[in-house]
Design a protein around this ligand. Structure first.
Ligand code: 4NP
Length: 158
């Protein structure tokens, strides 16, 4: 059965769509036999229905990822039943997931960058009020996280 992963940030227009798109692309290229369902959502509803931030789309395009088809959605209670892992971009997102989680959820909640060694921290910092360098940094961190996460999942599936 496919491993189901939901990436979670605040608005679902910058960080978690990037994580989703990068993980999907890295998996297709390096782990073509790994069965994965990947999605993303935001803890807030500010941007529901919107495409990713244009700065996010541009940073992704510079590194060869196309995020243009994504539309933002908010985390829903059923996500805790439908995904095996809900992976937060920062500590505030993780705290909100813990608050929303049903008492007997089997989904595993954690930080995306727990899987990426040597990134110098466990958060993907919110770039929304930042510069284009901050958006490039989101891409770099998501690439590191994607490789670490997929290695771990592949190792557990052998
Ligand atoms: P994200 O970035 O959580 O990575 O999608 C943000 C998007 C929107 C806002 C903050 C962060 N906002 O305040 O609208």
């Amino acid at each position: 059965m496919a491993t189901r992963i939901l990436f979670v940030c605040l608005g679902n227009i910058c960080r978690s769509p990037t994580a989703e798109g990068v993980v999907r692309a890295v998996a297709a290229r390096h782990y073509p036999r790994l069965a994965l369902d990947v999605d993303s959502a935001g803890t807030a509803n500010y941007h529901v229905g919107e495409p990713p931030d244009r700065r996010t789309v541009a940073a992704a395009r510079r590194r060869g990822y196309d995020l243009s088809a994504h539309r933002a959605r908010q985390v829903a209670v059923r996500d805790f039943a439908e995904f095996d892992h809900l992976l937060a971009m920062d500590a505030a997102n993780l705290a909100e997931l813990r608050r929303l989680a049903p008492a007997r959820t089997r989904a595993r909640l954690g930080m995306f960058l727990e899987f990426a060694s040597a990134t110098g921290g466990d958060e993907v910092p919110d770039p929304y009020y930042g510069s284009s360098e901050d958006f490039d940094r989101v891409l770099e961190l998501c690439e590191a996280g994607a490789h670490g996460l997929l290695q771990e999942i592949a190792a557990n599936h052998q």
